[in-house]
Design a protein around this ligand. Structure first.
Ligand SMILES: *Cc1c(COP(=O)(O)O)cnc(C)c1O
Length: 387
């Protein structure tokens, strides 16, 4: 039976055009971009073409794009690079309690070595408040890092307004845009963003390659030390094939963004409505409208998200019970916790993230099989004796 993939926030399959564009760079065009002869220059030129394509998605200048090994490195590089370059000015960083672990854990490390970190709360829909941001900014604040959209609940943060506040106060602003780059419109100039993280495998490109946008003039030190690649900001021989694939994925994402958004939103809303209507004691997590076009996150009370996932898998449906990184440990998601979802309700949370290949039939199939799975699990659930 055909499998229905509904976990596009975890990773996406490469588009055929992406893998076709990458292939020559594994063999015929294998050169090291730092080499001065033909093969090297050929590879270097391919990187420059990709850099233009990636920059164009967010209205950046190509010279402001540094290729990295992925979203995690981009987040680590942005935060640690700005922290170490500006620690004479201050040691205070502001972030939120719903960031990806790639942001949370580098902040945790920096705190250990003497930086100060403020974790802003969010409301019950996952939104940070501008007032709280303004209140948190101090004389020694050097960086605000707030994600563009949350990977678990899909809430889109008021990035433009946050950027205005940061600019007004003279504080650098980084945003983790891994879930939004190539998915919803981004203009770094309009949004007043100084640093922005992206990852190719979240937009139908290859795994293991990402980018950090660094606005011209930002004070930052490298995260990796070695050769002079990437304008001396990111040592190591470039992942040429990966970068080429990222470029093609970015170009196609930009071209088809509007169309993709228009086809995803009705599927998303149909799935949300279907689940909430057909299954009692369910609730939507995240914001109803300030929400990623493909994100559905619901809590199904009295049962465990993991048990539902296994039953869905048996019916050929791939979904997630929170973020991919937490799905192996049975701890409720830090995002739902921060949003004030009671732990017993958070345990029953389920994330479906839709993508380009999904159809209305996929959504109908989930709405058809999920109620039966829930009914069966609830009938044997110790949490459900009274219901
Ligand atoms: C996937 C993801 C990352 C990590 O990206 P990798 O390329 O897998 O390292 C970081 N932030 C968010 C919001 C993500 O969804």
């Amino acid at each position: 039976m055909k499998r229905i993939y509904l976990d596009y926030a975890a990773t996406t399959p490469m588009r055929p055009n992406v893998s076709v564009a990458m292939l020559p760079y594994f063999r015929e065009k294998f050169g090291n971009p730092s080499s001065l002869y033909f093969y090297g220059q050929e590879a270097k030129e391919a990187i420059n073409v990709a850099r233009e394509k990636v920059a164009s998605v967010i209205n950046a200048h190509p010279s402001e794009i540094v290729f990295t090994s992925g979203g995690t490195e981009s987040d680590n590089f942005a935060i640690s690079g700005v922290a170490w370059a500006n620690n004479k000015k201050g040691k205070h960083i502001i972030t939120t309690s719903i960031e990806h672990h790639a942001v949370l854990n580098i902040c945790k490390f920096l705190k250990k070595v003497g930086f100060k970190v403020t974790y802003l709360p969010v409301d019950n829909q996952g939104l940070v408040s501008l007032e709280n941001i303004k209140k948190a900014i101090r004389k020694d604040t050097i960086l605000i890092s707030i994600m563009h959209a949350n990977n678990e609940v899909g809430t889109i943060e008021p990035i433009e307004k946050i950027g205005e506040v940061a600019k007004e106060k003279g504080v650098y602003f980084h945003t983790d845009a891994v879930q939004t780059f190539g998915h919803i419109p981004i203009d770094v100039t309009k949004l007043n963003v100084d640093l922005l993280s992206a990852s190719a495998h979240k937009l139908y490109g290859p795994k293991g390659v990402g980018a950090l946008y660094i606005r011209k003039g930002i004070k930052i030190v490298p995260f990796l030390y070695g050769g002079a690649q990437e304008n001396k900001l990111r040592a190591s021989t470039e992942n040429v094939a990966g970068i080429v694939g990222f470029g093609v994925a970015a170009e196609l994402a930009k071209k088809e963004m509007e169309k993709d958004i228009l086809s995803l939103i009705p599927l998303r809303d149909k799935l949300i409505k279907g689940i909430l209507k057909k299954i009692k004691y369910t609730r939507l997590n995240g914001h109803p409208t300030k929400r990623l076009p493909g994100n559905v996150n619901v809590s199904i009370e009295f049962i465990e998200g993991e048990s539902i996932l296994l039953q869905l898998d048996a019916r050929s449906i791939c979904a997630s019970s929170g973020s991919a990184c937490t799905s192996s440990i049975s701890e409720p998601s830090h995002v739902l916790y921060a949003m004030g979802v009671p732990p017993e309700v958070a345990h029953g949370s389920l994330r479906f993230t839709l993508g380009r290949d999904n159809t209305v039939e996929d959504v109908d199939y989930v709405i058809e099989v999920l109620p039966g799975i829930v009914k069966k699990l609830r009938s044997i659930s110790p949490l459900c004796q009274k219901k």
